[in-house]
Design a protein around this ligand. Structure first.
Ligand SMILES: Cc1cc2nc3c(=O)[nH]c(=O)nc-3n(C[C@H](O)[C@H](O)[C@H](O)COP(=O)(O)OP(=O)(O)OC[C@H]3O[C@@H](n4cnc5c(N)ncnc54)[C@H](O)[C@@H]3O)c2cc1C
Length: 380
């Protein structure tokens, strides 16, 4: 399976999916037919994660093809990402605590044979081993498979979810602090406390068309216990007034200036920020290359518009002392860099979609879902 690091290719993929596969999405989306047959899902997440495709652009195109009712499931899925991000923005300590726990566990498990067998795909579970190899080779896994994978990791192999989430982040092209950390927490049963996701043999058989043998799982495990609660951190996501002729930063996880709410604004210079070494979670070479190529692709598009831009390393931000603007990179590694280095000269610009939607992220997704028609009406 190939993900080409180009917005043009992403748009082609989106158009093709909408024309040919969207209609059957809600019926077929839970099936993992294998890496050579992915037409039942969009495979757009590597692009949406980096902002190379914008959620509203995706929803807008889908609504031009089918009504909201026919499209509801797909739109809900696209907005899960916005919801997870908003949920984490309101509780950023979930991310910082995760990184602290991860550091400790990494040390504890570095010589643990079960852990080593798991990340090398050498367990006695054929399906799990195949998914490990698929993840490393294709840098993508189907959503249902991510759920089974995480569940097996936690409840059958009895490994800490934090290390599994790190393994995903390292190899996924769509690796995202919010969707990944909260996805793993949800499977473990600490996101919705006491409710975990247990993979079962019949479910894997059904949704993989019986592609695997010997699926002996712990199907009776109890949820991971955590008594940590995270009160909501009240924060206003208000944009600073943008002055003319200023500098703008675009981070690798929030690209596509031409689709941003600030595209009409005249910036004297845009810096595209790569971040390959200042990370708490080391990324694989392939993931770093994918990000670098998406940044280059964004630069080409800005050059074509004669917008003055340059790709720089995140470390170079420490040398800039003037006041600058940045498309808000959201809770995760890029924001951590800004905070750790106390780069107070950076003023954030929030997306209108996030500003509006994040107010509904204080509770669970079922509550958020009720506001989706309102969100769609506002932006469509
Ligand atoms: C343990 C676990 C870890 C995950 N880690 C990530 C991650 O690091 N990055 C990431 O982007 N997604 C993550 N997901 C969510 C989901 O698996 C992927 O977004 C989805 O598989 C992407 O494939 P697709 O583009 O074909 O999705 P489609 O089914 O075609 O959905 C369309 C779009 O909706 C969004 N979406 C769909 N499902 C979800 C979801 N559950 N959460 C958030 N957004 C969703 C994605 O942007 C996706 O491109 C994780 C899920 C689990 C269970």
């Amino acid at each position: 399976m190939l993900f080409e690091a180009s917005r043009a290719k992403a748009v082609d993929k989106l158009n093709h999916f909408i024309e040919n596969n969207l209609l059957e999405y809600s019926k077929l989306r839970n099936f993992d037919f294998g890496p050579s047959n992915r037409s039942n899902i969009s495979c757009l997440s590597p692009y949406i994660t980096h902002g190379a495709l914008n959620e509203l652009e995706v929803i807008d195109k889908s609504l031009k093809k089918f009504s909201f009712v026919k499209n509801e499931k797909f739109i809900q899925e696209v907005l899960w990402r916005v919801y997870w991000k908003g949920w984490l923005e309101l509780r950023p300590n979930v991310w910082s605590d995760y990184l602290i726990e991860l550091k400790k566990l990494r040390n504890e498990f570095k010589n643990n044979q079960n852990y080593i067998d798991a990340i090398e795909g050498k367990t006695n579970l054929e399906c799990f081993n195949q998914w490990v190899n698929e993840l490393k080779e294709n840098n993508y896994l189907h959503n249902h498979t991510r759920m089974w994978f995480a569940s097996i990791w936690i409840f059958t192999l009895e490994l800490p979810w934090q290390l599994g989430a790190e393994f995903f982040m390292k190899h996924l092209y769509d690796g995202d602090a919010a969707s990944n950390t909260l996805g793993w927490r949800w499977v473990a049963g600490v996101q919705t406390q006491g409710k975990h996701y247990l993979a079962s043999e019949w479910n894997i058989n059904k949704f993989t068309n019986n592609r695997f043998k010997n699926i002996k799982l712990n199907e009776n495990a109890t949820p991971i216990f955590s008594n940590r609660t995270y009160p909501i951190n009240k924060k206003d996501f208000i944009n600073s007034e943008i002055l003319e002729n200023q500098t703008l930063l675009i981070f690798e996880n929030n690209m596509a200036f031409e689709f941003s709410d600030f595209k009409e604004h005249k910036f004297k210079k845009i810096f595209l920020i790569s971040n390959d070494s200042n990370r708490s979670i080391e990324l694989s070479e392939k993931v770093l290359k994918f990000k670098a190529n998406l940044l280059k692709d964004q630069k080409i598009r800005l050059d074509e518009e004669s917008i003055n831009c340059e790709i720089i390393n995140i470390n170079d931000l420490k040398k800039i002392t003037e006041e600058i603007y940045a498309l808000y990179p959201t809770v995760g590694e890029n924001l951590d860099f800004i905070e750790i280095n106390q780069l107070k000269n950076i003023k954030f610009l929030y997306r209108k979609l996030d500003q509006f939607s994040w107010q509904y992220c204080n509770k669970g997704f079922f509550n958020f879902k009720n506001y989706i028609p309102k969100i769609i009406t506002k932006f469509n």
